[in-house]
Design a protein around this ligand. Sequence first.
Ligand code: GLA
Length: 706
Amino acid sequence: MQRHERIDSERLTLVLAADGTRPPTLMYFGKRLPDAQDLTELETTQAIGWRESTPDVQPPQTILPTNGWGWMGEAAVRVHAAEAPAPIRWSSCEMQRHDNEIEIALRADVPGVLVNLNWALDAKTGILSARATIENTGKKPLHLSQLVSLYLPVSPQMSEILAFEGDWSRELQPSRFAAPPGLWRRVNRTGRTGFAGSTFLTLEPDAGDFSGAVTAIHLAWSGNHELTVETLPDGRRAMIASALLDDGEVILAPGETLAAPSAYVCRSLDGFNGVSDAFHPFVRDNILPATAHGARRVHFNSWESVGFEFNEAELLDLADCCAAIGVERFVLDDGWFKGRRNDTTSLGDWSVDAGLFPNGLHPLIKRVHDRGMDFGLWVEPEMVSPDSDLYREHPDWCIHAPGDHRPTMRNQLWLDIARDDVRVHLFNQLDTLLRTYDIAYLKWDCNRFQFPAMAAGRPGSSATVKATYDLLDRLKDAHPNTEIESCASGGARIDLEILKRTSRVWPSDTTDAIERLRIQRWNGLVLPPEILGAHVGPYPNPITGRKLGMDFRARVAMFGHMGVEVDPRTLSDQERSSLTHHIALYKQHRNLIHSGRMIFWALPDGGDARAVISNDRTEALVLAGQTAVAENGLSAPLTIPGLNSAATYRVRLVEPWPAVVARRTEHLTGLKDGLTFSGAALTSVGLRLPLSDPETAWLIHVQRVG
Ligand code: GLA
């Protein structure tokens, strides 16, 4: 006899069916069904019947398939007892619902396995949180090589994949393609979330910015993982998200439990913006720590302006210049600690360099405070340089294969923080720093892949990831008001598990604003803009060499958590005045930008638009970033979606206007003080801006007046 459990959000319904002996099947996950829908009858829509050349009793596609009994697809669990390897055979499945959560307990008496699944649908946003644990209920150790966080059957109509590739300073390159027969799989073995992130999507071929069915899965895990879309020969399809375990990494002792990372799912029927519409409020309300919710202060970060080349007097001067343009937080990046004058030494020695700062950081912090700013500091706690006091004292504290050589990356090694003594030492170092100085924010970096893949003497790297979470948790408990940013050579550690402990991320080492349009846009599928560090970089850009004007750079940065990496002392008067103006604009609008609904869409003339619309739809700020040469000589109108059609809005083109206006202005003069349009007109007809040169950013303010 099948039992059904149904959970609903405002817009979605999810139904599982189970017969008490094997894992449940996903009967339905889509648009909300009427309360009166008969679930038993709904089940008939799922029946696949008998087919030639298949087992006489077809194993169904469950949400926890295993191999060995006629299921030919991917397995969600692979576990065996050392002495008696045999396929898992489930003996019972209990399914219970509490409010919006379904709990499933699956037992296999031989070899003594209990798997618990918990699927919860957030009532407001419809985000599905999936958790899985495995417990050894037997008397012998169990070898576990796979426990997926989520195995989600999706319909064959979800026939395209959107996934991301990435590398240093080239994060989140989208690639969209037809789901291939068999397996598509992306594997990350860097020991961090990776430059490609941990989100992937399947979609209907006609899905786009605002329409079409999309299923997005985010794996909340800052380590090795694999993302899979499997298409069986008969067309059935599944999305699978899993941490990656190495051979021999997990041996569960009797009584021991292992929890897989959480996976979060958005089922959107409104294209990509439906995904952000669900994830942004979910992340704001359910993931981010309390420190993420205050007004986002304008940062200055020293890395791209002075790098390692600074002294105390220069920093004092820099602090004055930063305050003068409106900066609110002064962050001293790499190079402040004992002996660190380049990237070959000193990681692990987290005391202030006495040569550079004879009186410690006190004079600098005092100056920063006197100028009305607070102070932030860069650290890279998980690392050690072979040329450091820490390494000389504890050469065995780094991750290494005993007796083998110790390969470095950026001249550094990874500390074995899964060891308690190493973690306690690091906690004490950071705790001392935070007790000695008034530090509002730490930029927590991690500039190396994790290799060899070992932790506390065992194969694999997941214990190291968990140890990082533990260290961050302990530090947050001891210093609840210190904000922490997650950085890993840019955006290689951005996921919803690290974000339970950090309130900001550094999405990329590239501050090239055209690159940032893409990087902020695709991070924005899951992450709200206030946690994306977005800094105005130097001219030309140190990574791409591109020479983008200050207005363009500053406007792109306004749509995240704005900051400055360019040295303000090097700016021309015009650049300084533009930067100061945009910092003031950001402050004026940051409440809107960081609490409203952020939407993204492609500009027909080549480029990318985004808008933040207040939740009551009374105000919006729009950025239209033209990046390419338009195809046609006549510009396409800029339509603004998401407004209230019946309301009247005053629309203003925010100054300074792009240079192109001097050549093609006639119809624009009214937009200086504002023209009035209905929401319907803005959404369907739009504004006709002049044909823009590439590298033009328009900023448009929309205010409801009736
Ligand atoms: C990494 C970070 C940069 C900067 C440097 C300092 O590359 O991503 O922002 O902090 O380290 O060494």
